[in-house]
Design a protein. Sequence first.
Length: 737
Amino acid sequence: MALESVNRSGGEEVITTGCSSHCGGACLLKVHVKDGVITRIETDDGETPQLRACLRGRAYRQRVYAPSRLKHPLKRSGERGEGRFKEISWDEALDTIANEYKRIKKDYGPASVLYTASVGDMGVLHTPKAGHRLFCLAGGCTSTWGWASFEAKTYALLATYGTVESRYTHDNFLHSKLIILWGINPTTTIFGCGTNLKLMQAKESGTRIICVDPRYTETAAVLAHQWIPIRPGTDTAMMLAMAYVMIRENIYDQGFIDKYTYGFDTFRDYVLGKEDGIAKSPDWAEPITGVPSSTIVQLAREYATTKPAALVCGISPGRSAMGEQYHRAGITLIAMTGNIGILGGSTGDANPEGDINQKYLYPWKLGGGMRSGKNPVEIGTSVRKYALAAAGGDALDSRVHTSLVWDAILKGKAGGYPADIKMLFIVNTNRLNQYPNLRKGIKALKSDNLEFVAVLEQFMTPAAKFADIILPTNTFMERNEVTGGMGPHLAYGRRIIDSIGESKSHFQIFSELAPRMGVTDYTDKTEEEWLEQIAAPAVADFNTFKRKGVHKIQFSEPLIPFKKQIEDPGNNPFPTPSGKIEIYSQELAKMNNPMIPPIPKFMESWEGLNDPLKEEYPLQLITSKLSRRAHTQFDNITWLRELIPQTVCINTTDAQARGIENGSLVRVFNDRGEMIIPATVTERIMPGVVNVYQGAWFDPDKNGVDRGGCANVLTKDEPSPGGAFPSNTALVQVEKV
C-alpha cells in the first residue's frame, strides 16, 4: 500500500506524516483521524526501507491532547519562577514583546537582546531560524554558538578534515567486518531511522560488534559480541593506547598514513613517549580508564587487522570537559587503519547520512529557506581567539557560548561578554532544564539584570515558569512542515488537525510579530510556498510528496564520504591547509594553546579521576538519554512516564557500600545542587559511575531540592577549550535518604 492518506468507512481518515521531534529519526506516522480528532497512531508498513517509529512517536496523541497544553498567550502575574500567569490576547502579547524589544534596543542597543534556541522539532520552516530572521531584520540581537549535542565532534572534524560533511549512509554497515560502537546507543536514541536495523542485519550476516561504554546499554545487550566498560572522560587515553599497540607492533597502515595524512610523526612521538617521557601504553592506560591492558591490546589488534572496519565515535564521550581530544583521537585511529573513504569503513562521525548529500538530505540549505541574513550586531566583529576558520558565524566573538548564557546574564560586559543582557527570547528549548548548572540559571533568570523574558512553548516547562510572556506554539500535527532528520528520506508533515486552543505555528507568530517590530519585508510567501521552495531541490513533484507524506531516496550503492579524496587525491584534496587529513592540525598549532594541542592528547579534566573533589564526591556522573524522552520532550506524557521511572543508576558494589537497595530513595548531590530520586541498583553500569538520565523536568520541593531528577542540577557550566559541553563531566555523592 502506498504511503498516503486513506479514507476508510465510518468517516475515518488515515494520514501519513513525518515525526519531527528532536531525535533525528523523521520516522513515518500513520495517523487515524475521525471528525477532526486523532484516534490512534500507527507507523510505516509499506515499501522498504520502512521508516518505523519508536514509542515516542506512537504516543504522540497523548502529547497533542495533554491537559497541560498551553492554549492561550500568558502574562506573568507573580514572581519569576512561581508559575503564576494570566491569559491575555495575542494582540497584547505580541505588542508587549515588540514594544519591549524596541525599548531595550533603544536604551541599551540591540546586542542587549539575547536570542537563544535549540532544534526542538526538526523541521525546516517552523524553527528558531524563523525568529532569528526577524530579529536580524528588526535591528539585530546577540546570538549563541555551540551545539549541546556535538560541538566537540564538529571542532574535531573541522580541525582534522577541514569539513563536517563526513557522514556515511547506514547501509555502509552491511559491508563492515567489524563495528566498534564507542559511546553510542542507537537502540535507544534512534540516531537516524533505520540505523539499528542495519546494525542488526550486519550482525546477522556475521559482522562482529563491540560496544565501549560505561553502561551495558540496550545496544550492547541486543547487538554486541563484547562490552568494554570504560571510565567517563578517559576514552582518549584508551585510544592512544590502541595507537601505541599498532605502532609498536607495526600493524597500522603506513601506506595510508604516508599518502593521505599530515603530521603523523609528531603524534607517533607523543604516543611512544618521546615528547614527554610517558609512553601511552596499555599499562599506562589501564589505571586511567579501568580497562585491562590485555583488553586494549586485543581491541587494537582486532581493529588494525580486520578490514573493512567501522569505528563509530558516538557524541556522548565528546560531551565532556576535553571532548575534542576524544573525537580527534578516534579519527586518527581510523586513519591508522586505512578505513577512511572505503566501503565498510568510517570517518569517526556517528551521525548517519545527515550532510552527505545536501541535495537529497538537507535541501533547504540550497532552497533559500528561512535564512536570517546579516545580523547587524555581528557586522564588523572579530573572530574568537581559538575558533576554527571554517566555523563561520559560530566563530564570531560577538556570540555567547550556549552553556555560558547564565553567566553572561549575571556578569555582562564586566565579565568579558559582548553585552549586558537585558532581554532573553527563548525558542524551541526548555533552556533552564537542558543546559548545565540549573541553579545558576535560576539566579540569572531572577536577576534584576534581566528586564524581559519571552518564551515560545507548548507546556509550562521549568523554563517557561520564568517568562514574562509565553506564546503557545502548536505541535507538528497542527501545521504543515517538511522534515529531513538523519536518514535517506524527506517527510512531509501534513497538518492533521486544527490547532489546539489559540496555539500558533512559528511562522504565524513571527509573521504577526514582524510589522509590530517595524519589519515590512519579513516574508512574501505563504507557508505552502515556503515549503515547496525549500523542498524543490529534492522533490520534483511536490503535490505527490504532500499526498504520500514521504520521499524516500534510493541509492544504487552506499554513499561514502571522502571517497574522491582517497581515490584521486591529486584532484580532490581535503579542505585543510595541507590538503590532507591533519593528524597534526596546522590551524590548531597556530593558536599556540596548550589546552587545544595540534595533535590529539589525553588531558585530565576537572572533576575527573584525580580531582581533589573526589574525596568529597567520589562518583562520576554521566547523563545518558532515555528511550521515553527526546531530551526534555515527552517527560510529562503519562503513558511514557509509566514505562520507565526516572532513577539514578548505581553499580551494586557502590550501592552496597552505602546501604542502598533497588528502589531506595537516595540523595544525589554536589556543591551545585541536589536531588532526591529512587535508585536502580544494577550491574549494567561500571563501579564508580552513576547515571541520571537527562531530560527529566526540574521539580523542586519546598526546600528547593529537586524531586524530578533533572541532571543539570548537578552539571557544571564550563565548556571545554574548544567549546564541547561538559554534560558527562561531574562528580557527585549518593546517600540513602
